[in-house]
Design a protein. Structure first.
Lengths: 114, 112
């Protein structure tokens, strides 16, 4: 079965540094998402992306965050100046259609901000 | 406030028994619900979904029940196996329909 792949699996960074998390969605999918999960908590929606623009974002997704689809296969999440509270597991997901379609999630990138 | 939540944070069942995981939602306009399973160290994995025009939907060993009157959703797993041990999340689409809101999760532990 096709899958969403994320790199790196673990990322350690210093507070204030920029990080870029990378994702390769499933090739025929049109909608892309980033979610995060702080340890022991629920999965939280960050942003959805379709047709090269953000279709919805949550309150968490502030000006420090940005997303990009730099080519036909990658989908990235950039955190410009990381904070301690950004430490979490970040999941990329993709779907054929909107949020009312089955989302396929990657295995996540564990971000640790020191 | 949180619109999707779970009644119980943990559930322990014996192998072979049936499991029932419950979820409450508060948005009466929600029209699509999904159950995801998350194993340790992995991303959420789709289990089953249901639209609001249905009361029940069955999959392989899983059944989702939707009670719109009391805004309650449940996941039933028949003949629970050790491989079913995971955290289970219910989710509903956001008002825009572009994304999902997840509940807090129930940890299911299957004992031999």
């Amino acid at each position: 079965e096709p899958e969403v792949t994320q790199t790196p699996s673990h990322q350690v960074t210093q507070m204030g540094q920029e990080v870029i998390l990378r994702c390769v969605p499933i090739s025929n999918h049109l909608y892309f998402y980033w979610y995060r999960q702080i340890l022991g908590q629920k999965v939280e929606f960050l942003v959805s992306f379709y047709n090269n623009e953000i279709s919805e974002k949550s309150e968490i997704f502030d000006d420090q965050f940005s997303v990009e689809r730099p080519d036909g296969s990658n989908f990235t999440l950039k955190i410009r100046s990381t904070k301690l509270e950004d430490s979490a597991m970040y999941f990329c997901a993709s779907s054929v259609g909107t949020g009312k379609e089955k989302l396929f999630f990657g295995s996540g990138t564990q971000l640790s901000v020191l | 406030g949180e619109s999707v939540g779970l009644h119980l944070p943990t559930l322990s069942v014996q192998e072979g028994d049936n499991s029932i995981i419950n979820c409450a939602y508060s948005n009466s306009a929600s029209d699509y619900f999904i159950w995801y399973k998350q194993e340790s160290g992995k991303g959420p994995q789709f289990i089953i979904d249901i639209r609001s025009n249905m009361d029940k939907r069955q999959g392989q060993r899983v059944t989702v029940l939707l009670n719109k009157t009391v805004k309650h959703l449940s996941l039933q797993i028949a003949a629970t196996q050790p491989g079913d041990s995971a955290v289970y999340f219910c989710a509903e689409t956001t008002n825009s329909g572009y994304a999902l809101n997840f509940g807090k999760g129930t940890s299911l532990l299957v004992t031999p």
